[in-house]
Design a protein around this ligand. Sequence first.
Ligand code: HEM
Length: 535
Amino acid sequence: MRSNPISEYQACLYAAPCLALAIWGAILHRYTLRGDFIVLGHAIGFTAIYYALSASASALSNIALKTSAEIGIVYTLTLILITLAHRLSPWHPLASYPGPPLARTTSLWLTYISYTGKRYLILDALHARYGPFLRVGPNTLSINSPNAVPIYVCAEKSEMYRLPGHYDASGLFFKQDKPDLERRTVQLLKTLEERQSRTKDGFVEMSEPMYHWAHDFTGDMVFGGCNKYELMKNGDKRSIVGTGKRAMAMMDSLGQSPWLLDILWHLPFTARMRRHGDHAIEMMHKRVEAVDLPGYRDLASYLIDGGVSGLDLDADAVVAIVGGSDNTSITVTFAMYFLLATPEFYLRLRKELDAAFPDPAVPLSLNKLAELGFLDGVINETLRLASPYFNPRVIGRGGSVVDGRYIPEGTVVALAAHSQQVSPDNFYPSPQEFLPDRWLPDGLGPETKTNKAMLASFSYGAHSCIGKVLAYHQMRLALARLLLAFDFELQKGFDVAGFRSGILNMRTMFLEKELYVRVTRRPGVDLDALTEAVA
Ligand code: HEM
C-alpha cells in the first residue's frame, strides 16, 4: 500500500506551529498588536503554507488544504492553551490580585460587563467582595481607593483609546473661545416648546432635545460657520446622536478587548459609524478651505493655525463632536431628573436663580452664574451620582506602588470612580442620596464628609477633561435658562426609582426609561424677544 506522502513530514509539520508560536510569543508579547493585523497576518501565513504544500509535489495538492487547516487548528489550540495556562498560573504578574476566574482568563469578560451598561454597579459589588484591588481582565485592575488617583498623573492612556481605522492619527482635542452658547440655549427653549406641541399628551422626552442642543453648539464650536448639523431645527434624520453614542459604547465595551475591536471595525455593521465620521470630516475639510472665519475663534482655527496634520484634523473632527456634546447634555437631563424628583430642591434652585436674574430677558452673565452655590451643588451632586466612568491607564516603566501594593509595568489600571463617588468614606451622610447641600460650606451638618477630590467625573492628570470649565458654563447656563423660562411637570406615574436604576453607562449613557416632562412658560417670558436679545 502506498503511504501518504505527507505523513512522513506530519510530526514536524505539526511541531512547526508550536515552535513558531514560542518564537513569535517571545518576540511579540512585549508589543501591542492590532487584532485586524493579526488576523491578516495569520490568513497570509496559512495561505502561504497551503500554496507551499500544493506546489511542493503534485501528489500533495489534494491533501494540502486538509493539512494546512490541521496546522491552523493545532496552532490556534496551542496558542489558546498556553495563553490560558499563563493567565491562570501563579507566575502571572497579576496572580496575587483577586477577581472573578473568567476575568483572569479573558478580556471578553470586561467587554461583556461594559456592554451591559451596569459595569459600575457590578464592579462596586465585586469590590465589596474582593477588596480594593480587583483583577477585571488578564492584564487589568480596577482599584477602589483614593490613593489610585496618582495613576492618572503618571500613567498613559490604555489601548482602549485607540480609534479603529485611524492608523497614524492622534487626536489633539479642544480649545475654544466664545461660540454662541446663549443663542443655542435660547433656541433649546423654543425647541422644547415646539416639540411638546407636536405630542399627543403634551409631554416631551427631555434627553433628545438636550442632545440636539449640545450637538448644534459643539458643531459651532468646532467647525464655526461650516457646522451643518442644525439638529434642533431639522431633527436628526441621519441618527447622528445615536450613531455617535453607539460608536462610543463600542469603544468602551469592545475597546476593553482592543484586538477584537480592530477586527469588528471592518465589518458592515460599523458602516453607519464610518459615515458619521466621514460627515464630520467633510465639515472639517470645508472649514479648512473656508476663507471667512466666524466672529470667534472656533476649534478648527486653533488647530489649523497650530499646523495640525490633515490626519489628526480628521480624527479630531470625529471625536470632538461626540466628546464635546454627550456628557454635558445628559448631565443636564439627569440634573432635571433629580430636581423634579425632589421638588424642594427644584424650588430652591429656582429661587436662587430668580434672585440672581430678576430680568432674565437679557444675556446671563457666566461669571454671575458661577457664583451661585446651590446651582453648582446641584451640578456636582448630579455628576457624583451619575457619571460612573472607568478610564483605563497603563502602568509605565518600572511599575507603580498604589496603596502599598506593587503593580507591574504594562498593567492596565482604572479607578473604580462610581464606588469612590458613593463611598461613605468620601461622601457622608447618605452617600446614595441626591443632597446638593453637601457641596455648600455648611454641608449637611457637623458630621458631613465631602471629599471633593473624589468627584472623578472629569478624571485627573494630563488626560483629564480639558472641556471642564466650558462644560460647567454650559450646564449652568442650560439649567438657569430652563428654570427661568419654564415651569416643569413630570408625567403622571413617572417611575422615579426605575429611571435612576435604568441609567446605563458605557462611557456614554443610555436610558432604559425616558424622562418625559411638560414645560409651561413662566409669566412674562417672551422667547422671541429673548432670541433677539441674545442674537
Ligand atoms: C459634564 C460634561 C463632561 C464630562 C463629565 C466630561 C468628562 C471627561 C472625562 C472623564 C474625560 C477623561 C476621559 C478618559 O480619560 O478616558 C474627559 C476628557 C476629555 N474631555 Fe470631557 N467631559 C465633559 C465635557 C466636555 C466638553 C464640553 C468638552 C469640549 C470642550 C470636553 C472635552 C474633552 C477632551 C478634549 C478630553 C480628552 C482630554 C485628553 O485626553 O487629553 N469634555 N472628559
